[in-house]
Design a protein around this ligand. Structure first.
Ligand SMILES: [Ca+2]
Ligand SMILES: [Ca+2]
Ligand SMILES: [Ca+2]
Length: 379
């Protein structure tokens, strides 16, 4: 079957499932399926966007868990999911424990930031000490550098006390442990002369064990590994460095949420930076990078193109881009992508959080139930 015909059939099926008053004549726009980011129409977006791949529904969450985000593999093989509830933060943020067949609370009553009165867990990762670390996005609540890096003390697999280990981030977002160092993106690390700034910061475990690290906002704080500047486009979003991971050679990659630039940070064996570069990718132009994970067996990066409801794959050996999955505006029914924000690869399964909290000119038009986790089989 020709891909175009398949996409038309699928989009027709989508329309049929989304509308109660379906007609026999399905409206189509057949000649422009490849550039969903250029589509500024609302409502009828579904039929202008190629449907690629076949994400499946993994879990449906209730309204008390309306914005799933960070994912990390736990030592026992389950997955810890952060639910910051940014779409409706009248519901408290929580951490959940997920398997292919179950989804249950892991940790509730997360400590709120004293001034915003909210907890806002984003990406998370277990450290070499066995404790769980999560980044906070307080930026939605306050632009005044209120975000933190938090540590959940874990004993015999059970979460206990939660404590602040670093404060004064603007928008702490992704976290990755490599050896005894934790790398953190701050998507809004502005400088006094640059309000479009973002950064990757790095901390050693030994340092985090000495007491709370207080960052110095709007400076080249000694923990800043490198900085970035967002080229603000028609979305109006100036969030920069977002997802973060490293390849088989220990080089780090991040991408800009606001403009889609994909960055490589070449590292020396001691973990210091040799070079930062914006990669020139071949194939589709990526317009937005949210969460990402690198399969270090293949050196392929799986990244969430939040703006275009797509999961892109960057082959880091030749910098080519392919699209693993993509669909038009949807409420997430049946596991269709509903603004994917974070991915986790476990075996051949790619787990996807559907964040579903759109910005201007995103394919996703509205936060809506069902709140969903998707899964995609990866060859
Ligand atoms: Ca900014
Ligand atoms: Ca939804
Ligand atoms: Ca939606």
């Amino acid at each position: 079957m020709k891909p175009k015909l398949l996409s038309l059939l699928l989009s027709g099926a989508l329309l049929a499932s989304c509308q109660s008053n379906t007609t026999t004549e399905t409206p189509t726009t057949p000649e422009q399926p490849d550039m969903p980011g250029d589509s500024t129409t609302s409502g009828a977006a579904t039929d202008t966007i190629a449907t690629i791949g076949s994400p499946k529904l993994l879990h449906t969450l209730d309204d008390a868990h309306n914005t799933p985000d960070g994912l990390t593999l736990a030592p026992n093989g389950s997955i810890i999911l952060s639910v910051p509830n940014l779409a409706d933060n009248s519901k408290p943020a929580v951490l959940m424990e997920m398997t292919d067949t179950s989804l249950k609370p892991y940790l509730s009553n997360l400590p709120v930031e004293p001034t915003t009165k909210k907890a806002a867990p984003m990406d998370l990762a277990f450290g070499p000490d066995g404790n769980l670390y999560y980044a906070e996005n307080q930026y939605e609540n306050s632009k005044d550098f209120k975000s933190r890096l938090m540590r959940v003390r874990v004993t015999n697999g059970k979460p206990g006390t939660v404590e602040t280990v670093v404060d004064n981030f603007a928008l702490a977002n992704a976290v990755v442990w490599k050896g005894n160092k934790i790398y953190v993106t701050d998507s809004q690390w502005d400088m006094s002369d640059n309000d479009k700034g973002s950064a990757v910061l790095v901390f050693t475990l030994a340092e985090l064990n000495k007491g709370i690290v207080h960052l110095k906002p709007k400076t080249m704080d000694p923990h800043v590994l490198t900085t970035f500047t967002t080229q603000v486009n028609e979305t109006g979003v100036d969030n920069g460095a977002d997802g973060l991971d490293y390849d088989s050679k220990g080089n780090f990659y991040t991408g800009s949420f606001g403009d889609g630039t994909f960055y490589k940070m070449t590292m020396k064996p001691d973990g210091t930076l040799t070079k930062k570069e914006a990669l020139t990718l071949k194939g589709k132009k990526i317009t937005c990078v949210d969460g990402l994970i690198i399969d270090r067996k293949t050196d392929k990066a799986y990244l969430c193109n939040s703006r275009e409801n797509a999961i892109e794959v960057v082959n880091l050996k030749n910098n080519t881009v392919t699209t693993l999955a993509q669909n038009g505006d949807t409420d997430g029914t049946n596991g269709l992508l509903d603004q994917p924000a974070e991915v986790l690869l476990k075996g051949n399964r790619l787990y996807v959080s559907d964040f579903d909290k759109p910005e201007k000119n995103f394919v996703n038009k509205k936060s809506d139930a069902p709140h969903t986790m998707s899964v995609i089989e990866v060859q």
